[in-house]
Every structure is written in structure tokens, then in C-alpha cells.
Design a protein around this ligand. Structure first.
Ligand SMILES: CC(C)(COP(=O)(O)OP(=O)(O)OC[C@H]1O[C@@H](n2cnc3c(N)ncnc32)[C@H](O)[C@@H]1OP(=O)(O)O)[C@@H](O)C(=O)NCCC(=O)NCCS
Length: 167
């Protein structure tokens, strides 16, 4: 569990479902991620301001759904579906969720983490870059990740490119 001056971050539990859905919507999504977490396939981390869930991120530890990610980043954890309630943005909640996810990943013995962001999602992209994620330069959506290994991961529906050596 991580505490910062704004929020406390911990794994969601089934009992949190009502509050999560009331605040962030997406009942089906949260039900699915809670079930995945129960099965040991990932972690649903939630930022709380008192009794109010104000942000969440899901750490995907299962085999990636995207063929190209399985191919180029086998076994690398994925940071997915980061969201902070609009009135809590720009206060460090998103950064804290990412920091906690990274802490968990390191604790589990991984040395890399990956994520995808839509090309036009400038706010999220700026945040990820500020935190040290690197751009893989894909066209429609891009994958950013920490680490040293030089790899390009095309997203489904994009050109397949061979790993390059820019990084
Ligand atoms: C992207 C998102 C998760 C960021 O969450 P957030 O809580 O606003 O993130 P942070 O507050 O940690 O960082 C946002 C900015 O606020 C700044 N900030 C952080 N704490 C601050 C503070 N106390 N005072 C002022 N600014 C602060 C950060 O430096 C950062 O600036 P930057 O964009 O120039 O890098 C949020 O905008 C969101 O939910 N967007 C919609 C969903 C989405 O697009 N998710 C990403 C999918 S890939």
C-alpha cells in the first residue's frame, strides 16, 4: 500500500465494486479485472481519497492479448486502463498509481513495464514521458516502455516492423 499526501493506494477487493462503479463507471470492466486479480492474473490498484475511489490502474500480468506484444515483449507486465477522476487530476494521483504499479512489478522480480497510449492523448503521453517511458514511434497508437532492450512493438492492424536499435 502506498500513501501520498492526496491518496492511499491499495489493491481493490470485491467489496469495493459499488464505490468503484459509482465513481468511475464501467461495471463490466471492474468485475472482469477483479476476477482476473482473484485468479492471480493481475492487480487492480485503486487510489482512495478517504472512502472515495478517485483513480485506478490495472497491472496486466497475464499473457498479453496482442500477438505482437507476446512476440516482442513476452512476459513483460502491462500497465493498462489508467484513469483518474477529473476533479482529482493534476494533483499527482496518476503518477502515484504508476509509481505503485512499478513498485509492485519490481517486487515481483520484473525489470520492465510497458503500456500503450493513443497518439492523440497528449496529456497521458506527456505524463508517461515525464516519468521516463520511451516512445516506440508507432503510427496509430504507440507503446512506451522502460528498459534497455531495443524493440519495436507494432500494434494490431499496423505494419509489422522488425526491432530497431534506436534505444
Ligand atoms: C492521464 C491521467 C491518468 C493523468 O492522471 P493525473 O492524476 O492527472 O496525473 P498527475 O497529476 O500525476 O500528472 C498530471 C500532470 O499534473 C502535474 N502535477 C502533479 N502533481 C501536481 C501538483 N501537486 N500540482 C500541480 N501539478 C501537478 C504533473 O506534473 C503532470 O504534469 P505534466 O502533464 O506536464 O507531466 C488523467 O488525465 C486521466 O484519467 N485521463 C483520462 C484517461 C486516460 O487518458 N488515461 C490514460 C490512458 S493511456
Amino acid at each position: 500500500m502506498l500513501e501520498c499526501n492526496v491518496v492511499t493506494i491499495r489493491n481493490a477487493s470485491l467489496g469495493d465494486t459499488g464505490a468503484l462503479v459509482a465513481e468511475l463507471g464501467q461495471a463490466g470492466y471492474f468485475a472482469d479485472r477483479l476476477e482476473r486479480q482473484r485468479a492471480g492474473l493481475g492487480m487492480l490498484l485503486v487510489a482512495w481519497s478517504g472512502a472515495r475511489p478517485v483513480g485506478a490502474v490495472y497491472l496486466w500480468l497475464d499473457r498479453a492479448e496482442e500477438r505482437d506484444i507476446r512476440r516482442y515483449l513476452p512476459g513483460v507486465p502491462l500497465l493498462t486502463h489508467l484513469e483518474v477522476a477529473s476533479e482529482y487530476r493534476n494533483q499527482g494521483v496518476g503518477s502515484s498509481l504508476i509509481a505503485e504499479a512499478e513498485r509492485r512489478v519490481v517486487e515481483l522480480g520484473y525489470d520492465r513495464i510497458a503500456l500503450a497510449v493513443e497518439v492523440r492523448n497528449w496529456e497521458a503521453e506527456r505524463l508517461y514521458k515525464r516519468l521516463g517511458f520511451r516512445d516506440w514511434g508507432q503510427r496509430r497508437s504507440r507503446l512506451l516502455r522502460r528498459g534497455q532492450a531495443p524493440r519495436v512493438v507494432p500494434r494490431p492492424g499496423q505494419d509489422t516492423r522488425t526491432p530497431d536499435s534506436r534505444y
